[in-house]
Design a protein around this ligand. Structure first.
Ligand code: AMP
Ligand code: ZN
Length: 474
């Protein structure tokens, strides 16, 4: 099947052509583990998962690398100033840098698994690839791309790289917006960036390494160039990340890599649009209200509802998050699960291969056409409603939709079928009633406490359009 993806580098929807037939290698910028991952980050990771599932459904052998940033990401990554995010996070949590890296990575993996994302082939940590990053800087130094700023670090001279900023159609003449604010006067060009930072002489850093330039730590961009080349080779198919990364981080990755590997280093660049908060701004870790998957779980939503919400959008469009839209998604998801549960209960017919192939083709075509996840869901709605195909064929198609979108319809429907065999005792119903009243009064604290009490008794309240349902926990 023809696969089309929007390539930021060429600004075109292009037919995907793998470097090696039947194989795809892709690298995704992963989380910086100094804090919980928010719903915006998770949106980006979900799009990676849709991309991967699309290739798998097309029979590709997928090699996916996603890094864990545990060093070198400064609070102001536009001009390599500010504090190291990891050291700052460690001070906030009163733990060591290594401890917070482990803690937030584990929390991230919990969200990752709850959202049913397929594990990357390799998940390298930046701190395990320091030697490769030093080697990268050395090569760039040998090629004449670097200069030293005393008491600061080794910098990349972007004026030496003719194609700088190609992803955003930029050039050196166009200064970065805001770059002047914290502009480091010692830099030769506003777009120059640190490859290696020297440890300060007055403060002892928790993470630092020896290098040919003295004790210090790598600049944030170095890790993605070094690790992707090491794990995917000098040329690979796709590189992905959130839309904020194209202008600086990815521009710098290209500038670091192409002098070494030749151009193009990466064939296709995919950038995912932001998740916005309710005020219409980019969801960010520095914002007051922290909306992570934990908030979703705490409010009683199945994490699949968030996945469903993301699948209803498209990666090239920004998506606004609100609890109202989550409610709408919860209803949509629950309706589909209900229909699938009914199919499981009725369990009629045998698979009609002609009908199966026709709908299978439609779903795969939508997904392969620039990851149109919402269009796949429209097909799911349509075949489920259709009077022309039997239950067994519908169930087989839902299984394929689950492979494509990872929405676990079959799993949730089976659980529903199992749980509906038992009904809740009166005292649990009373607690759920009080919780519904508390929710209606927007008294979240009481509602949460009542949910906890119900949970502790072995039951769960599922919120839906027509009120709630009480089910026994699996
Ligand atoms: P970070 O942990 O900050 O390094 O970000 C991890 C990934 O999430 C990167 O690919 C970012 O581009 C992406 N990202 C950050 N904020 C958002 C957002 N509001 N919506 C979607 N993706 C985001
Ligand atoms: Zn990166």
């Amino acid at each position: 099947m023809t696969i089309k993806l929007y390539n930021t580098l060429t600004r075109k929807l292009e037919e995907f052509k793998p470097l090696v037939p039947g194989h795809v290698g892709f690298y995704s910028c992963g989380p910086t583990v100094y804090h919980y991952t928010h719903l915006g980050n998770l949106r980006t990771f979900l799009h990676n998962d849709f991309l991967k599932r699309m290739f798998l459904a097309n029979g590709y052998d997928v090699r996916h690398i996603m890094n864990i940033t545990d060093v070198g990401h400064l609070t102001n990554d536009e001009d390599d100033s500010g504090e190291d995010k990891m050291e700052k996070g460690a001070a906030r949590d009163n733990k060591s840098v290594w401890d917070i890296a482990r803690f937030y990575k584990d929390e991230f993996m919990r969200d990752f698994n709850d959202l049913n994302m397929i594990a990357p082939t390799v998940m390298p940590h930046a701190t395990d690839y320091i030697a490769e990053q030093i080697e990268l800087v050395q090569k760039l130094q040998d090629l004449g791309y670097t200069y030293e700023i005393p008491n600061d670090g080794i910098y990349y001279d972007t004026s030496k790289f003719a194609g700088y900023g190609a992803l955003t159609g930029g050039s050196l003449s166009g200064n970065r917006a805001g770059a002047r604010v914290g502009f480091n006067d010692a830099k030769r060009n506003p777009t120059d960036f640190a490859l290696w930072k020297f440890s300060p002489t007055d403060v002892k850093r928790q993470m630092e390494w020896d290098s040919p330039w003295g004790i210090g730590f790598p600049g944030w961009h170095a890790e993605c160039s070094a690790m992707s080349m090491k794990l995917l080779g000098n040329h690979f198919d796709i590189h992905t990340g959130g839309e904020d990364l194209s202008r600086v981080h990815h521009a710098n990755e290209i500038a670091q890599s192409e002098p070494i590997t030749g151009a193009p280093w990466v064939n296709t660049w995919l950038h995912y649009s932001f998740l916005l908060d309710k005020s219409g701004e980019k969801m960010a870790k520095s914002k007051g209200e922290f909306l992570g998957l934990e908030s979703v779980r705490k409010r009683g939503y199945d994490p699949m509802v968030y996945r469903y919400f993301v699948a209803l959008g498209h990666y090239q469009s920004q998506l606004a998050f609100s609890w109202e839209t989550m409610d709408a998604s919860a209803n949509g998801y629950a309706n589909l699960v209900r229909r699938v549960a009914d199919l499981i209960v009725v369990n009629d017919g045998t698979v009609d291969s002609v009908a199966y192939d026709a709908w299978h083709e439609k779903m795969l075509a939508a997904m392969s056409d620039n990851l149109k996840t919402a269009a796949v869901l429209v097909h799911v709605q349509d075949f489920i409603k259709s009077n022309e195909i039997n239950g067994a064929t519908k169930l087989a198609l839902v299984r394929f939709a689950d492979d494509l979108l990872g929405l676990q319809f079959i799993d949730r429907a089976q659980k529903l079928v199992d749980l509906e065999r038992e009904s809740a005792p009166a005292e649990i119903v009373a607690l759920a009633e009080s919780r519904a009243t508390a929710k209606a009064n927007r008294d979240w604290a009481t509602a949460d406490a009542l949910r906890a009490e119900i949970d502790a008794a072995g039951w769960t309240v599922l919120d839906g359009k027509d009120g709630y349902k009480i089910v026994k926990k699996a």
